[in-house]
Design a protein around this ligand. Structure first.
Ligand SMILES: [Zn+2]
Length: 168
């Protein structure tokens, strides 16, 4: 009686996240270096990518509404190509970490102090994120919890919310 669920569970695992099938999300070439940076940081902390990104289908450099820099749609991340120049490498990395915070780690927003998960990242303060990047990155990864122990955010709760916005 107990064997059936195990078989089903193994099959689901095999079809979704097995190492032989799992190739990770499609990443737009413009954004690849930022995703690679995040992956390297994960690996150095022994965070398994497969467990965190197997629901993630693609990371795109595409069009979003004006004033929005990035958004996590659950299985898809979009960075707004109308708002972020491909040459703005730090900003792209910051948005990448923020959106992967939602999509891969189920992080919500943190709206006190300077934090990668701030819901609004004002244009004129991006320099502060750059200065404190190493510390911000430590804070970001300190919050990491294994998928099975974290409480997953429900669809439509934080996923679709407006992320990083420019403040005028
Ligand atoms: Zn956000």
């Amino acid at each position: 009686m107990k064997i059936k669920p195990i078989i089903i569970y193994s099959l689901v695992l095999l079809l979704s996240c097995s190492s032989s099938i799992f190739k990770g999300p499609y990443v737009d070439p413009v954004l690849e270096y930022a995703y690679d940076d995040w992956k390297t940081e994960c690996k150095s902390r022994k965070i398994k990518l497969r467990h965190n990104t197997c629901d993630l289908d693609s990371i795109l450099y595409d069009v979003l509404d004006e004033g929005i820099w990035g958004r996590c749609f659950g299985n898809k991340i979009v960075i707004n190509r109308l708002a972020v120049a491909p040459t703005d490498t730090f900003l792209i990395k910051l948005i990448m970490y923020h959106e992967l915070g939602h999509c891969a780690f189920d992080y919500g927003h943190i709206d006190y102090g300077v934090d990668i998960m701030n819901s609004v990242l004002p244009v004129n303060k991006i320099i502060a994120y750059k200065w404190f990047w190493d510390l911000l990155k430590e804070d970001y990864f300190m919050r990491y919890q294994l998928p099975k122990t974290r409480q997953r955010l429900k669809q439509g709760n934080s996923y679709g919310e407006v992320c990083i916005q420019s403040e005028t």
